[in-house]
Design a protein around this ligand. Structure first.
Ligand SMILES: [Zn+2]
Length: 226
């Protein structure tokens, strides 16, 4: 059994994590001593994910001061308890603007402007994360995840046969926001999802077209690139 707190991963993504779950304050928690910890294996995933987020232009090192999180290792059952999970809540910009994953927020608290990120950006981030973590749970998965993206490595980052419900939801949300507004986000891949994905990939091949692991990864990369 590995130690779930092997590594201090506060800066693993290249921009420091900041804990922001003290909701009554409304603003990011200002305890400078707060640190994120995770397993060695998960830390490696975070470092690679951070490179992708920076290379794809999602994380701007100059303008983003912190990544808001509920933490990685958390003393509870499941993947957090193993140090193999993380919750992404949003960003804190250099202008003290809080940009949340949660939709429909627009307010000002103690000098911080707090707003939601666009759904386009939210789905772009979910796609980038999906290239590194096999389980990615978003606002479409259930109401517990309406204010954060949970990701963990309990499953490999492979397209499961037919897609898992959470994978399908990430794909459909990206299609809706990046390609065709009429795509239903229902977690079930059918004709409409396949057709939209094929179009988005610019694939004109004839015959039966199914989502494969290679096509899924190409799709995630294209959305992540913006
Ligand atoms: Zn979580």
């Amino acid at each position: 059994m590995h130690n779930p707190k092997e590594i201090d991963c506060t800066c693993a993504l290249g921009i420091p994590f900041k804990y922001d779950r003290i909701r009554e304050l409304g603003v990011p928690y200002l305890n400078q001593r707060w640190r994120a910890y995770c397993s060695r294996k998960f830390n490696k995933v975070l470092v690679e994910m951070g490179d992708r987020l920076k290379d794809s232009g999602i994380l701007h090192v100059d303008s983003i001061k912190a990544i808001l999180t509920g933490g990685c290792y958390v003393d509870k059952p499941g993947q957090h308890g193993k140090g193999n999970a993380c919750d992404f809540d949003g960003f804190l910009t250099g202008d003290d603007e809080v940009v949340l994953y949660k939709a429909g927020v627009n307010l000002e608290v103690e000098g911080y402007r707090i707003r939601s990120m666009s759904r386009k950006l939210a789905s772009r981030i979910a796609c980038a994360i999906s290239l590194h973590a096999g389980v990615v749970l978003t606002e479409h998965y259930n109401s517990l995840h309406e204010d954060h993206i949970h990701f963990d490595i309990s499953r490999g980052e492979k397209w499961l046969n037919g897609g898992s419900r959470s994978q399908n939801l990430v794909v459909q949300a990206a299609l809706k926001y990046w390609h065709d507004n009429t795509v239903q986000i229902d977690g079930i891949v059918g004709k409409q999802t396949r057709k939209a994905m094929k179009e988005f990939l610019g694939d004109s091949s004839a015959g039966t077209w199914n989502i494969t692991d290679t096509r899924w990864k190409a799709f995630l990369e294209k959305v992540a690139a913006g």
